[in-house]
Design a binder for this molecule. Structure first.
Ligand code: HEC
Length: 196
């Protein structure tokens, strides 16, 4: 009976196939890992490095790509002075850690992760409700440190609770939000409207 089994149906063939498919997938995964890092790390193709918080960030509709893309403009210091790379990274990292520690994703969405009880924060820095860039960091700081006293609610009736955020942490969050808004997210979140 054994000699009647065609080669493609033999155990030997399937063992070899399994080994080659596993090895092939492994190589593809390594390639994809490096390709993803190239696209997602700060200072890469889509994600500007942290010093972008020294610049003006615009969000404009691109007819060819049919979505809005961030446009990095001229100098616009965040807390009144141009920061070097390590200082910019320090603030953005403090913001990221505070956002993780306070679990903002419980209510908000950042870069596609989180909840939709509250507004998507991915482009929050560009929200026209904050007014001109000159007053924006100050208004954001006041809101983050006392969201109940500075609530706006967009007619939803929902309010953000006071999370006991310090001034230092609020500045970090603002730096993080500004940096995040400069990331080319392929037009996500949809329907985000800028003032212009
Ligand atoms: C319990 C839910 C909840 C948590 C947790 C929460 N928020 Fe909010 N947040 C809200 C709600 C609701 C609003 C909208 C209400 C308002 O604007 O008064 C809001 C609004 C905001 C806005 C304004 C959004 C915009 O488009 O301009 C920012 C910025 C913000 N939150 C940041 C944060 C950060 C940072 C954290 C974590 C430190 C956080 N929130 C945690 C509920 C929450």
């Amino acid at each position: 009976m054994m000699e009647n089994i065609p080669f493609w149906a033999s155990t030997n063939f399937w063992k070899k196939t399994a080994i080659w498919v596993t090895a092939g997938s492994f190589v593809v995964l390594i390639f994809l890992t490096f390709d993803t890092m190239r696209q997602t790390m700060a200072g890469s193709v889509r994600v500007p490095d942290y010093t972008v918080i020294n610049r003006h960030i615009d969000y404009r509709y691109d007819d060819r790509q049919r979505r809005s893309i961030p446009v990095i403009g001229g100098e616009a210091p965040l807390f009144g002075k141009i920061m070097d790379a390590s200082e910019a990274e320090k603030w953005v990292t403090l913001g990221k850690k505070t956002i993780q520690a306070k679990n903002c994703m419980n209510c908000h969405t950042l870069l596609g992760n989180g909840a939709y009880f509250a507004p998507d924060l991915t482009k929050a820095w560009l929200d026209p409700a904050w007014g001109p860039e000159t007053v924006r960091p100050q208004l954001m700081k006041m809101f983050l440190m006392d969201p109940e006293g500075n609530a706006r609610t967009y007619g939803s009736g929902r309010k953000m609770p006071n999370l006991g955020i310090t001034e230092e942490e609020a500045k970090g969050i603002i730096a993080f939000l500004k940096w995040m808004s400069s990331i080319n997210t392929n037009g996500f979140p949809y329907n985000f409207k800028t003032g212009g």
